[in-house]
Design a protein around this ligand. Structure first.
Ligand SMILES: NC(=O)c1ccc[n+]([C@@H]2O[C@H](COP(=O)([O-])OP(=O)(O)OC[C@H]3O[C@@H](n4cnc5c(N)ncnc54)[C@H](O)[C@@H]3O)[C@@H](O)[C@H]2O)c1
Length: 340
């Protein structure tokens, strides 16, 4: 099969590498608004670069992978859908609900496939947690604690186009919370702090955020994120039930030190970022996409899944700005409702 990759930055490079090595993928066509970037990657992988997105569609491909900046995702998803092509797209679809619903509508009207890149669904730790919840061995869950801590902040220019900490970062925790527990989030209470570097205040964003979430079976969850975790990149989820409790993301590279004399030793080589922490998961989700395109497995994460996670992020933004609890039902885009 021949696959077009649109956007050859950080994530596009990872995905193109995976596809280029895949035995079912005959060739790739790579493109980027910065043509030199696409040419350089094509040269390194022994693939072909196209001068623009138009050529991807004109030259003919069997599927498209979209790894551009977020603002271009929705339009490209629509274009691929109208061409009848299956798409893998990095999260999110768009930074707003209207754009997200529009793109999902195009895919559903065309009857094509849209697989979204929530790679934590392919991580061994989260998969193990989901299996543990499903098996019943934890008993009824009462508390879930999720966290994502980046070691260093992104460049200032990234912040205004990121959608903010809840839509950009915590959206992963919201999705995987739903996926691991199999429950929906019904209300949120969120707070944020912009007490760190001024660039967060200037962008109207926060450097650290926390949300208290209630699931539809009464389980309470917290999700926190920061851009300023000097110790390293830390992504974890603790699930506590009436019978047992487990943790995802606690290993010999977790950047946290115990103050107990008999506690585990501090990590020699703490995780530094998502590309190394989730490398195997990024590879697995692209291999899954090839299987989906070949009709060998069901889509593991469609646009509606991203919509649900985005609605939680939207609710958190409303909550932290208005300093009040927010019901998910207040946020547009629930099944059967129109965009506001
Ligand atoms: N799943 C994850 O963990 C994860 C991690 C990082 C980024 N992402 C997502 O991946 C996407 C890309 O992020 P990144 O970190 O690779 O960014 P990046 O800036 O490194 O790369 C984006 C690339 O897209 C190109 N581009 C922009 N508009 C384009 C267009 N219209 N047509 C063709 N190319 C275009 C840019 O020139 C750049 O090379 C974002 O949507 C981001 O949210 C997901």
């Amino acid at each position: 099969m021949r696959i077009g990759v649109i956007g050859t930055g950080r994530i596009g490079t990872i995905h193109a590498n995976t596809l280029s090595r895949h035995r079912e993928v005959g060739s790739l066509i790579l493109t980027d608004v910065d043509p030199a970037r696409a040419q350089d990657l094509a040269h390194r992988l022994g693939e072909t670069a196209a001068p623009g997105v138009d050529e991807i569609f004109k030259w003919g491909v069997d599927a498209v992978v979209i790894t551009t900046v977020t603002s271009a995702h929705a339009e490209l998803i629509g274009r691929a859908a109208r061409s009848g092509l299956p798409v893998f797209c990095e999260k999110p679809i768009a930074l707003d609900l209207a754009g997200t619903l529009q793109a999902i509508g195009e895919v559903e009207a065309a009857g094509t496939i849209l697989q979204m890149g929530f790679q934590r669904r392919f991580d061994a730790g989260y998969t193990g947690a989901r299996d543990a919840v499903r098996s019943g061995r934890l008993g009824r869950l009462h508390t879930v604690r999720a966290l994502t801590s980046d070691q260093a902040p992104p460049p200032a220019a990234y912040l205004p186009q990121s959608g903010g900490l809840y839509r950009d970062t915590l959206i992963h925790d919201f999705d995987v919370l739903r996926w691991v527990t199999g429950r929906e989030i019904v209300d949120v209470y969120a707070a944020g702090s912009d007490a760190g570097p001024a660039m967060f205040r200037e962008a109207g964003d926060v450097d650290t955020g926390a949300a208290l979430l209630t699931l539809d079976d009464g389980t309470l969850a917290t999700a926190t994120a920061t851009r300023l975790n000097g110790a390293g990149y830390d992504v974890r989820m603790e699930l506590a039930g009436e019978l047992d409790q487990i943790v995802v993301g606690l290993d010999d590279r977790t950047p946290i030190a115990s103050t107990e004399p008999t506690g585990p030793p501090a990590a020699d080589k703490p995780w530094t970022g998502f590309l190394e922490r989730f490398g195997p998961a990024y590879e697995a989700e692209l291999c899954a996409f090839v299987d989906v395109v070949r009709g060998e497995r069901a889509n593991p994460c469609d646009g509606r899944e991203v919509l649900q996670a985005l609605r939680v992020a939207e609710a958190c933004e409303v909550s932290r700005r208005q300093r009040r609890g927010v019901w998910l039902a207040e946020i547009a885009g629930a099944a059967g409702t129109a965009a506001m």
